[in-house]
Design a protein around this ligand. Structure first.
Ligand code: AMP
Ligand code: ZN
Length: 496
């Protein structure tokens, strides 16, 4: 089996994944700024890294997954201007900033759980690491890579680049060009250069979130928290750093500069960036007014939605495209995803209950075996090729076809042989549940009634009471299920 390749934003190539200290893998993902409800675009990014963690663990790695909560320092404006996003909400609602933080952190957790996104191993907060951030600012000042100006401290990009000559390496930006582009801008104010960024910011008199520091009362710059928390929990250099594509510059570029400046080593081996969820080709974002919340999706209550969609339908919809391509939201795509998800889950219900049956009279069929083995290999090849879940899913559908043939008695387990039959069963179940995180969305209220209703259905059929037969069918339909009237048995499935 081939090994996992991941696209490294830093080298702009797919590279064979070789962790620094196998079997351990250190993964850091930038978490949300908890000042409003998580929208579906945010979910896509966290789902990407959930799939990565699941696949790494499935491949035998021991992953320490750190995903932070930004609860201070993310300002509303660019260039270190504007209000703290959380502070602003607290001011508007006249409540404590930490009430804002709690409300939206709780929502974030709840939403991710609904989508079956696993919690990280550590979820540190920026406000919980003020001491580390102050220490980092001191070190950068000592190293002459930062300067104090009117109670704030700025990272000195030009001096950093003189020493390390790599500023812009992640985003492909060249410092000279950036300087030319920004030279004419006025309002540099306290900064030596408009590219310099705050690592500590003086708090204005009415600023809510503030801490004492050697430079007066203030708060840390947004980029610094991720450097300090990733170093603390994963070391000066670690394996994978992830986030949405929009964080590549300046956030991640600044993290590289800070980390390298502090520790004399480039902090991250593989940088991974997940692409955006778009609506009519435009990035989904709260500020553009084209975002919707998961709850609106589950209820179908947003004007862009033609119906309600379940969490697993949405999860499947997102997994159907590779994480580096943009994914455009549309009702058609979601309806197709609903069908696809239901088909896969129907297959899961079937294979879960199937056991190998030996039959001396049936020979192993090479063609059948090859079909199964090719599909299994293809599913792994897809995942190993930079987590191409789209390809993996296509091969799961090939396995599903075989499962359906087994169920319809068109193919006998003995034709596959015991080993291949069991491989088909475990691969299908493991891929769905463990790797793709797709769960069966059960109809809890209706399930206890199913067996009794199927008995009635059989009786009505025997008695040729066809109007009653139809009635039972329609009760199933109302509950999202169908009755399968097969030659060899009467069964039910989710309506596709
Ligand atoms: P924020 O709370 O805005 O910092 O965003 C949290 C995460 O969601 C970041 O990694 C962003 O890159 C990501 N994100 C924001 N909007 C989208 C979108 N439309 N599609 C995918 N990811 C997004
Ligand atoms: Zn970050």
């Amino acid at each position: 089996m081939q090994s996992l390749k991941i696209y490294n934003t830093l080298s702009r190539e797919k590279e064979v994944f070789q962790p620094l200290h196998p079997p351990h893998v250190g993964l850091y993902v930038c978490g949300p700024t908890v000042y409003n409800y998580v929208h579906l675009g945010n979910v896509r990014t966290f789902l990407t890294f959930d799939t990565l963690v699941r696949y790494l663990r499935h491949s035998g790695y021991k992953v320490r997954y750190v995903r932070n909560i930004t609860d201070v320092g993310h300002l509303t404006g660019d260039s270190d201007e504007g209000e703290d996003k959380i502070g602003r909400m607290a001011r508007l609602e006249q409540i404590e900033p930490m009430e804002i933080v709690h409300r939206y952190t709780d929502d974030f957790h709840k939403v991710l759980e609904q989508f079956n996104i696993l919690p990280p191993s550590i979820e540190p907060t920026a406000t919980g690491h003020i001491v580390e951030q102050i220490e980092a600012v001191k070190t950068l000042l000592d190293k002459n890579l930062a300067y104090e100006s009117n109670g704030s401290v700025y990272f000195d990009i030009e001096r950093y680049n003189q020493q390390h000559k790599d500023y812009g390496k992640l985003s492909g930006r060249i410092l000279e060009d950036l300087l030319t582009e920004t030279r004419d801008l006025d309002g540099i104010g306290e900064k030596k250069s408009p590219l310099d960024f705050a690592i500590w910011k003086k708090a204005a008199p009415d600023h809510l979130m503030r801490w004492p520091s050697p430079w007066g009362s203030g708060f840390p710059g947004w980029h610094l928290e991720c450097t300090c928390m990733s170093t603390k929990y994963l070391g000066k250099q670690f394996d994978i750093h992830g986030g949405g594509m929009d964080l590549k510059f300046p956030h991640h570029e600044c993290e590289i500069a800070q980390g390298t400046g502090l520790n004399e080593v480039s902090p991250v081996k593989y940088w991974m960036h997940s692409n955006m969820l778009t609506v009519n080709g435009q990035k989904m974002s709260k500020s553009l007014g084209n975002s919707f919340l998961p709850n609106e999706l589950f209820a179908g209550s947003h004007h862009l939605l033609e119906q309600a969609y379940s969490p697993m339908t949405v999860r499947f919809f997102m997994l159907q495209s590779q994480y580096r391509s943009t994914l455009d939201f549309s009702n058609e795509a979601l309806k197709a995803a609903q069908k696809g998800y239901k088909r896969l889950i129907n297959g899961l219900r079937l294979i879960r209950d199937m056991e190998f049956m030996a039959d001396e009279t049936i020979a192993v069929d090479v063609k059948q075996v090859e079909e199964v083995e090719k599909a299994i290999e293809g599913a792994y090849e897809g995942m190993n090729d930079d987590l191409n879940t789209a390809v993996a899913i296509a091969h799961l559908f090939a396995l599903l076809k075989k499962i359906n043939q087994l169920y319809m008695l068109q193919v006998k387990p003995a034709q596959l042989g015991e080993e291949v039959f069991n491989k088909l069963k475990t691969t299908y179940m493991t891929f769905l549940a463990d790797i793709l995180g797709l769960e069966e969305e059960r109809n809890q209220a209706f399930e206890p009634l199913i067996d009794g209703l199927l008995d009635l259905y059989r009786d009505f059929k025997t008695q040729k009471q066809y109007d009653k037969v139809d009635q039972v069918r329609s009760v199933f339909k109302q509950n999202g299920l169908v009755i399968k009237d097969l030659k060899h048995k009467i069964d039910w499935a989710y309506e596709e």
